[in-house]
Design a protein around this ligand. Structure first.
Ligand code: 5GP
Length: 107
Protein backbone atom coordinates (compact mmCIF):
# COMPACT_ATOMS: atom_id res chain seq x y z
CA UNK A 1 0.00 0.00 0.00
CA UNK A 2 1.27 3.46 -0.92
CA UNK A 3 2.33 5.62 2.03
CA UNK A 4 -0.16 8.35 2.94
CA UNK A 5 0.89 11.99 3.06
CA UNK A 6 0.56 11.76 6.86
CA UNK A 7 2.93 8.77 7.07
CA UNK A 8 5.40 10.75 4.97
CA UNK A 9 5.05 13.67 7.41
CA UNK A 10 5.62 11.28 10.37
CA UNK A 11 8.73 9.92 8.68
CA UNK A 12 9.90 13.53 8.18
CA UNK A 13 9.94 13.13 4.40
CA UNK A 14 7.58 16.11 4.15
CA UNK A 15 7.75 19.09 6.53
CA UNK A 16 4.87 20.06 8.81
CA UNK A 17 4.37 22.24 11.86
CA UNK A 18 4.29 19.65 14.65
CA UNK A 19 2.40 20.56 17.81
CA UNK A 20 2.76 17.24 19.68
CA UNK A 21 4.12 13.71 19.18
CA UNK A 22 4.17 10.51 21.17
CA UNK A 23 4.56 6.81 20.38
CA UNK A 24 0.94 6.52 19.17
CA UNK A 25 0.03 9.83 17.48
CA UNK A 26 1.39 12.94 15.85
CA UNK A 27 -0.41 16.30 15.93
CA UNK A 28 0.24 18.82 13.17
CA UNK A 29 -1.19 22.17 12.11
CA UNK A 30 -3.46 21.83 9.06
CA UNK A 31 -1.89 23.32 5.93
CA UNK A 32 -5.20 25.06 5.06
CA UNK A 33 -6.70 26.09 8.43
CA UNK A 34 -10.48 26.50 8.70
CA UNK A 35 -10.36 28.17 12.15
CA UNK A 36 -7.87 30.10 14.32
CA UNK A 37 -6.65 26.76 15.66
CA UNK A 38 -6.85 23.81 13.24
CA UNK A 39 -4.87 20.75 14.28
CA UNK A 40 -4.88 17.22 12.89
CA UNK A 41 -4.51 14.38 15.40
CA UNK A 42 -3.14 11.44 13.40
CA UNK A 43 -2.41 7.95 14.72
CA UNK A 44 0.88 6.44 13.60
CA UNK A 45 -1.08 3.30 12.64
CA UNK A 46 -2.29 3.92 9.06
CA UNK A 47 -5.96 2.94 9.48
CA UNK A 48 -7.68 4.19 6.28
CA UNK A 49 -11.05 5.30 7.71
CA UNK A 50 -13.18 5.17 10.85
CA UNK A 51 -14.98 2.20 9.25
CA UNK A 52 -11.72 0.24 9.42
CA UNK A 53 -11.25 0.72 13.18
CA UNK A 54 -11.08 -2.71 14.85
CA UNK A 55 -11.81 -3.59 18.45
CA UNK A 56 -8.06 -3.73 19.16
CA UNK A 57 -7.82 -0.06 18.03
CA UNK A 58 -10.33 1.23 20.60
CA UNK A 59 -7.63 2.18 23.17
CA UNK A 60 -6.01 4.25 20.39
CA UNK A 61 -9.29 6.09 19.74
CA UNK A 62 -9.51 6.78 23.48
CA UNK A 63 -5.94 8.05 23.43
CA UNK A 64 -6.82 10.50 20.63
CA UNK A 65 -9.54 11.97 22.87
CA UNK A 66 -7.08 12.24 25.75
CA UNK A 67 -4.57 14.02 23.48
CA UNK A 68 -7.35 16.45 22.39
CA UNK A 69 -8.03 17.19 26.06
CA UNK A 70 -4.33 17.79 26.81
CA UNK A 71 -3.92 20.06 23.78
CA UNK A 72 -6.98 22.08 24.83
CA UNK A 73 -5.39 22.57 28.26
CA UNK A 74 -1.95 23.38 26.85
CA UNK A 75 -3.28 25.87 24.28
CA UNK A 76 -5.87 27.25 26.76
CA UNK A 77 -8.75 26.66 24.36
CA UNK A 78 -12.15 27.71 25.66
CA UNK A 79 -13.85 25.11 23.47
CA UNK A 80 -13.26 23.04 20.38
CA UNK A 81 -14.71 20.73 17.75
CA UNK A 82 -13.25 17.27 17.20
CA UNK A 83 -14.21 16.05 13.73
CA UNK A 84 -13.59 12.90 11.75
CA UNK A 85 -14.52 12.90 8.06
CA UNK A 86 -15.24 9.30 7.07
CA UNK A 87 -15.15 8.21 3.44
CA UNK A 88 -15.44 10.22 0.23
CA UNK A 89 -19.12 10.94 0.91
CA UNK A 90 -18.10 12.22 4.34
CA UNK A 91 -15.62 14.66 2.82
CA UNK A 92 -12.49 12.61 3.63
CA UNK A 93 -9.56 13.46 1.36
CA UNK A 94 -6.63 11.74 3.09
CA UNK A 95 -7.25 8.04 3.67
CA UNK A 96 -5.22 7.73 6.85
CA UNK A 97 -7.56 8.23 9.79
CA UNK A 98 -7.28 11.61 11.54
CA UNK A 99 -9.33 13.94 13.71
CA UNK A 100 -9.58 17.67 13.09
CA UNK A 101 -9.38 19.77 16.27
CA UNK A 102 -10.80 23.20 15.52
CA UNK A 103 -11.14 26.16 17.86
CA UNK A 104 -11.55 29.92 17.86
CA UNK A 105 -14.76 30.52 15.91
CA UNK A 106 -16.01 33.42 18.04
CA UNK A 107 -12.92 35.40 19.03
P1 5GP B 1 -9.86 15.25 5.36
O1 5GP B 1 -10.65 15.99 4.31
O2 5GP B 1 -9.22 14.01 4.81
O3 5GP B 1 -10.65 15.00 6.62
O4 5GP B 1 -8.73 16.25 5.81
C1 5GP B 1 -7.44 16.26 5.30
C2 5GP B 1 -6.79 17.52 5.81
O5 5GP B 1 -5.40 17.41 5.62
C3 5GP B 1 -7.25 18.80 5.09
O6 5GP B 1 -7.81 19.70 6.03
C4 5GP B 1 -5.97 19.32 4.45
O7 5GP B 1 -5.88 20.74 4.48
C5 5GP B 1 -4.88 18.67 5.28
N1 5GP B 1 -3.65 18.42 4.55
C6 5GP B 1 -3.53 17.82 3.33
N2 5GP B 1 -2.24 17.74 2.96
C7 5GP B 1 -1.52 18.30 3.99
C8 5GP B 1 -0.11 18.49 4.19
O8 5GP B 1 0.74 18.15 3.37
N3 5GP B 1 0.26 19.09 5.36
C9 5GP B 1 -0.66 19.47 6.30
N4 5GP B 1 -0.18 20.05 7.42
N5 5GP B 1 -1.99 19.29 6.15
C10 5GP B 1 -2.41 18.71 4.99
Amino acid sequence: MEKSIFTRIMEKEIPARIEYEDDKVIVIHDIAPKANVHLLIIPRKPIPTLMDVAEEDLPLIGHIHQVAQKLAQKLELKGFRLINNCGKEGGQEVFHIHYHLLSGFHE
